[in-house]
Write a protein that binds this ligand. Sequence first.
Ligand SMILES: CC(C)(COP(=O)(O)OP(=O)(O)OC[C@H]1O[C@@H](n2cnc3c(N)ncnc32)[C@H](O)[C@@H]1OP(=O)(O)O)[C@@H](O)C(=O)NCCC(=O)NCCS
Length: 178
Amino acid sequence: MLTTVALTPVDFKRWAEHLTRQIAESGRAGRPFFSPFEAVDFESPERRARFESRLSIPLPQPTWMRAWAIEGPDERFIAHLDLNASSIPAEKHRATLGIGVEEGFYRRGLGRKLMLEAIEFATRNHIEWIDLSVFRDNQAAIGLYRYFGFEEIGRRDDRFRISGRSVDDISMTLRIKG
Ligand SMILES: CC(C)(COP(=O)(O)OP(=O)(O)OC[C@H]1O[C@@H](n2cnc3c(N)ncnc32)[C@H](O)[C@@H]1OP(=O)(O)O)[C@@H](O)C(=O)NCCC(=O)NCCS
């Protein structure tokens, strides 16, 4: 049985370890790129401080973050989703979403489970829009977002150059019905 956990500051280490494993899969072994970053120190003290403080910021104050993870059988995190508020008070009715599942756990409904959790959270907390960015050739993620009703609202061709490859980026958004 895989459990979904709403993260608190004490979860930082497991969160950072999962992100390190998950981001390392971007663009590897025939998979599309899904992150613009090639190497990130997720465990740095600055990231820990930001993680701890943003999780504690009450909604709808700017820069809050809420995150969920799925615990694998050995208690490590194998999937995550984060919702992030911008630093601009006039944008407080929106949040930006990030999600990732470790490869060994793809296509078992974990992405869908986390998306449901986030959409329910947004609905309860009067967030009216969820925004995200996704690389154009990331068909798995685009399929997941479309399943939940996200619509494509824009595209930036050649947004990133990753390992010498040009990557187009799509913006998608979901209107939450309160
Ligand atoms: C995108 C991702 C989160 C999907 O997670 P997942 O747990 O495998 O997805 P689920 O099993 O919940 O699938 C839900 C739906 O998403 C879509 N989907 C998932 N994988 C897909 C794939 N490879 N191709 C097409 N659609 C796919 C389908 O509609 C699927 O429903 P179905 O299985 O009934 O057909 C996962 O592939 C992942 O983490 N990829 C790497 C990181 C990433 O791309 N993050 C997003 C960056 S924008």
